[in-house]
Design a protein around this ligand. Structure first.
Ligand code: FES
Length: 104
């Protein structure tokens, strides 16, 4: 099992199974404490916003321009912000830790 660590909006950390080959968002939206992912991964809603643990950030592929532009519009955006629908979970990301960002 490839683990994914998720810190919810109450600060509680959960360890869940990350499904390789799928976007991180697709795992997170299955949980009550997860993300809404209203646009279904089309990079247009930002309801899948997460903060990536700083130690993991350099290990992720860089955000594309449309993701960066959307993140820049968010009031809760931070340097470690990513849209989880743009992160494919791979075996190399075993143990990835993300924090669900506040609602906009
Ligand atoms: S699910 Fe809408 S931007 Fe990620």
């Amino acid at each position: 099992m490839a683990r994914l660590k998720v810190v919810d909006r109450d600060g509680i950390e959960h360890t869940v199974e990350g499904r390789t080959g799928l976007k991180v968002m697709e795992t997170l939206r299955e949980f009550d404490y997860g993300v809404a992912a209203i646009c279904g991964g089309m990079c247009s809603c930002a309801t899948c916003h997460v903060y990536v643990d700083p130690q993991w950030q350099p290990r992720l592929p860089p955000a594309m321009s449309d993701e960066r532009e959307l993140l820049m519009e968010l009031s809760h955006s931070q340097p470690t912000s990513r849209l989880s629908c743009q992160i494919e979970f791979t075996p190399e990301l075993e143990g990835l830790r993300v924090t669900i960002a506040p609602d906009q």
